[in-house]
Design a protein around this ligand. Structure first.
Ligand SMILES: O=C[C@H](O)[C@H](O)[C@H](O)COP(=O)(O)O
Length: 226
């Protein structure tokens, strides 16, 4: 006996999900992301006494969880803006730029993030990287353009796009995951990929990075600001 057992990834996700409550106040319009880390945040929010004005959700899955927690979910068009957006990431760098979309929710996430005053990213320590791209980059594509877009991505990036078989986004589109990238200029690649006809959006969040990163580590939650 002596040393406590190491914290597993889920314990670290729970830790940051709970820590994110600090950024949420009564009367706020809250943007809510998608994924296992956000699910811990929704649990913590449901158990808290915080009375929101409402929430805007980035996926059908998160909307269901919010409603189950008796939190009113509004359309972004009705809410107009969100005070804070809380979401996870598949990778995040020290400039608080991210890769997102491992759960196929990237487009709605990017929209809600864009319409929010503050973006708080919550992630376990394994998500922190020096250079984005080890995690295959998700790109949401209009179904009929899939092969064309895949060829254009090869030409543009040299990466290898892989069709995420059996997955349809909440917007009715498909996902290409691009392997083999080392993204040294995330703003440029985010912009360039979005110029390919048939791309809805890609999972680089660099033009609108997070404002705050809460990183779960065995030594506690580490906070970084942009
Ligand atoms: O599409 C999914 C989202 O971008 C998630 O935020 C991302 O995949 C991280 O998910 P998790 O918290 O489950 O690691």
């Amino acid at each position: 006996m002596g040393y406590p057992p190491p914290m597993d990834q889920n314990a670290l996700k729970k830790q940051v999900g709970e820590a994110a409550l600090k950024y949420v106040r009564d009367g706020m319009m809250l943007g809510v992301g998608t994924g296992s880390t956000v699910n811990f945040f929704i649990e913590a929010l449901a158990a808290s006494r915080i009375q929101l004005k409402g929430a805007v959700s980035s996926s059908e899955a998160s909307s269901q969880r919010l409603r189950a927690a008796k939190i009113e979910v509004l359309e972004l068009n009705d809410a107009t803006t969100c005070d804070v957006y809380i979401d996870g990431a598949d990778e995040v760098d020290r400039g608080l730029r991210m890769i997102k979309g491992g759960g196929a929710a990237l487009t709605r996430e990017k929209i809600v993030a864009a319409a929010s005053r503050q973006f708080v990213c919550i992630a376990d320590g394994s998500k922190l990287v020096d250079v984005l791209g080890k995690f295959p980059l998700p790109v949401e594509v209009i179904p009929m353009a899939r092969s064309y877009v895949a060829r254009e991505i090869v030409t543009l990036t040299g990466g290898q796009p892989e069709y995420r078989i059996g997955v349809k986004t909440d917007n009715g589109n498909v996902i290409l995951d691009v392997h083999g990238l080392s993204i040294t200029d995330p703003v440029k690649l985010e912009t360039d990929l979005n110029q390919i006809t048939g791309v809805v959006t890609n999972g680089i969040f660099a033009r609108r990075p997070a404002d705050v990163l809460l990183l779960g580590t065995p030594d506690g939650v580490k906070t970084s600001k942009a």
